[in-house]
Design a protein around this ligand. Structure first.
Ligand SMILES: [Zn+2]
Ligand SMILES: [Zn+2]
Length: 162
């Protein structure tokens, strides 16, 4: 049987699929490794995209259970820097992404975890607001921490989002 996956550079592979070869990155986050299909069609693009992915997913100085970053990002549809990154896993009745914390039996909202991996711990008493208006979005660039008072101000102008 032919090899399905071929290593082309550090953390970068090509994988054979029914519709042709695709680039795939392997990334280690907090000791867990995850694989992500890249949109790239050339090696140059693949290297750039992997680097961008690393910086987007990497920062995790805060104390998080091992494996949480991988559990989060493997269910996020990673798109362009300015685009929404929709959560592809379970959704709460309120419409937010629902992330199980590996090994704990507890769950948190996916976008709150996404916020913390990029921006650091959410200040006490703050809520995380989606500037894009999409509740399932996990792009940290679309997430801001607000006090409940600030948040209410946003939503009196933007009807239809919570
Ligand atoms: Zn968004
Ligand atoms: Zn909001």
């Amino acid at each position: 049987m032919a090899r399905e996956r071929t290593r082309v550079a550090n953390g970068l592979f090509t994988r054979r699929t029914a519709s042709g070869d695709v680039y795939e990155a392997r990334i280690k986050v907090n000791g867990s490794s995850l694989r992500r299909k890249l949109e790239a069609t050339t090696l140059d693009e693949a290297l750039v995209e992997r680097t961008r992915l690393l910086s987007a997913l990497g920062a995790s100085e805060n104390e998080r259970p091992r494996g949480l970053a991988a559990a989060l990002w493997r269910r996020v549809a990673f798109r362009g820097d300015d685009e929404c990154w929709p959560w592809m896993g379970a959704i709460t009745s309120r419409g937010y992404g629902h992330l199980g914390i590996p090994g704990s039996g507890r769950v948190i909202r996916a976008h709150r975890a996404a916020y913390e991996f990029r921006h650091g711990v959410i200040p006490a008493g703050h809520v995380i607001h989606h500037v894009c208006g999409s509740k399932t979005c996990c792009n940290p660039a679309h997430l801001v921490a607000l006090t409940p008072e600030q948040h209410d101000g946003h939503h009196t102008q933007q009807v239809g989002e919570s």
